[in-house]
Design a binder for this molecule. Sequence first.
Ligand SMILES: Nc1nc2c(c(=O)[nH]1)N[C@H]1C(S)=C(S)[C@@H](COP(=O)(O)O)O[C@H]1N2
Ligand SMILES: [Mo]
Length: 190
Amino acid sequence: MLADFRRFILALAALALASCGAEGGDAPGLSSGQVILAAGDGEGPPSPDPRLADEGLYALHEIDLGGARGFTRADLTALSWRRIETDFPQGGETRVFEGPRLSDVLAAAGLGGQGVRLISVDGFQAEVTADLIERHEPVLAVRADGEPLSVGGLGPVMLVWPRRAENELADMNDDLWPWGVFAIGPLTDE
Ligand SMILES: Nc1nc2c(c(=O)[nH]1)N[C@H]1C(S)=C(S)[C@@H](COP(=O)(O)O)O[C@H]1N2
Ligand SMILES: [Mo]
């Protein structure tokens, strides 16, 4: 009797596994990837990208997702990369940061040639002029010393400038080096 009962339970478990498999297939969303950065001019209708719903940190920091584009790690990796070896924090340890140029990401998001505001998970905001971007080509770093920047650390994305390589930036402090960046929008005059 007990043996029969065990067999029955096992059969049920097998059935449950089989139905999981049948309904499984590609997990939705995973094939297209997790958005780690949203960028856009905040104009037009809400983003058609279902991954950019007005909730969570987007809602908390009142980020206008109109026309925004979501970038996955793969999207950022597909752009050409720049490697910047520099100290961060200022005067601290030297690290090798890598990622796409901010200018290329902005161009892909319809913000090419504009000054922008970068918004971080902690609410920190950095305003960067078009002129500074064009002159120094900062990088949206997604890696440091070969390792991905973690959410909770400096990631998912951090703005990095060639402070070591360019004399003009030698005395630059860290005000325009936001870590934990997850959204970029246009400069607004408030
Ligand atoms: N997201 C975020 N990025 C930031 C900051 C911050 O408070 N939040 N502070 C800036 C400043 S002023 C410095 S000195 C460095 C290191 O700041 P932290 O010690 O607050 O990380 O990060 C820069 N980037
Ligand atoms: Mo600072």
